[in-house]
Design a protein around this ligand. Sequence first.
Ligand SMILES: Cc1cc2nc3c(=O)[nH]c(=O)nc-3n(C[C@H](O)[C@H](O)[C@H](O)COP(=O)(O)OP(=O)(O)OC[C@H]3O[C@@H](n4cnc5c(N)ncnc54)[C@H](O)[C@@H]3O)c2cc1C
Length: 429
Amino acid sequence: MDVIVIGGGIAGIATAYQLHAAGHRVCVVERYATVAQGATYGQGGALLPSPLDVWFGPTFMSSNRAKQNGMVVKTGFHSAVRDFLKQLAMLREPDAFAAQYALLEPLVALSRRTVAEIESALQLEFEQRRGMLHVFRHARELEEAQPAIDLLRQFKVPHRVLTPEECVAAEHSVPEYPEFAGGVLLPEDRTANCPLFTKQLKQVLEDGGVQFRMNRTVTALRLDDKRAAVELADPDASRNKRNENVELITADAVVVAAGAETPALVRKSTPWLYPLRMHTLTAPIAYEERAPHLTVVDSMKRITMTRVNQRLRVAGAGVFQSASKADKPLDASLARRALDVLGQGTHDWIPGAGRVSAARPWEGLRLFSADGLPAVGATRHPRVFVNAAHGPAGWGLACGSAKVVADLVSDVTPEVPEQTLAALSIERF
Ligand SMILES: Cc1cc2nc3c(=O)[nH]c(=O)nc-3n(C[C@H](O)[C@H](O)[C@H](O)COP(=O)(O)OP(=O)(O)OC[C@H]3O[C@@H](n4cnc5c(N)ncnc54)[C@H](O)[C@@H]3O)c2cc1C
């Protein structure tokens, strides 16, 4: 079959890989000159989510204060965003959390296998690193995380609950003082460079005959029973107001993996998919002897601090504001607050590890769903599929989702249970 994939982030490139491996002729359309320029560029490095990393759950915004929950909330009168937050907060309830995580877990397991298969088939090096340490400042926070720790046990995720002394022994960059409550070590969990992986995979696909249409923006899908088509804007459209040169390319199926643009392209206007603005700081390592060798995660503030060669990547600081402001530059004072949250996290947990004053800031949108699960699989139209809305966990998860989508396009039963498939459907909204 001829398949068009819209989007050159990890979701689009991983989907193109699986479709190509299944024998389809694939064309990827990306609006930028190169791949991995969207949320994929900003990722914090954590390859796969554990119950401690997923967006929803017992530790999600348990406090309303940015200093404690790591989020900047400025919804004003925008009730849709407040409803979105309320919906996510419902999953703080332990049974609701456990049930939702149980639906996601088969996709996590499939994603683990998929990434491992690609890694061993292509022998890729993408700055992989093993070991994550989640740290908790107060005893109450560790108690709140208990349902997530229980799930680590239930799903046999290798982990150890550590005292503060054991945390300091496991990761020398974490300071003994001020006192903290302890941590959870996930020795097998990995971080890696997602944009690097995406670019390497793109090269493999290009060499293997996958077509790439870079610098092309899809403006609309045109669908009928027999074929699907996408409209590509004239690259000079901004200079050509009438935009007469729309190009149409047709295929048997279209996969929309366009990150935050996905709902608009599949005409799924729903308040349950929200483009959250997130931030990263990339700082040079300041003192080698203070640099962490494990990835350190402030679980309550959801700040991930990863060493990548001679750099420190600090990611987090989501800004909740009205969705209509999402595509506009962030107000300077909000951006400052968000970056301060990241700087403070670094100062608290790995002081002196990175030169934060010389850090390069980045911000971008990642698409979140109100029930914490991505939007993956078929749509109401038989020729349109999606791989999007992975929230904070799209690095590895997009790779397993890509396998699900490629199986559905190929009319093969996906390797996740039916309940999971139904829970991932974009039509659930
Ligand atoms: C700060 C931050 C930290 C994160 N940390 C982690 C982490 O530690 N672990 C983890 O697993 N995940 C993390 N994530 C999430 C992860 O990065 C995303 O889930 C993932 O990259 C999403 O990939 P994507 O391909 O769906 O979207 P994107 O990377 O945004 O890709 C979408 C692509 O589609 C293109 N596109 C959009 N519209 C069109 C159009 N109309 N025509 C043509 N092209 C179009 C865009 O240009 C873009 O290249 C983080 C995200 C951020 C922002």
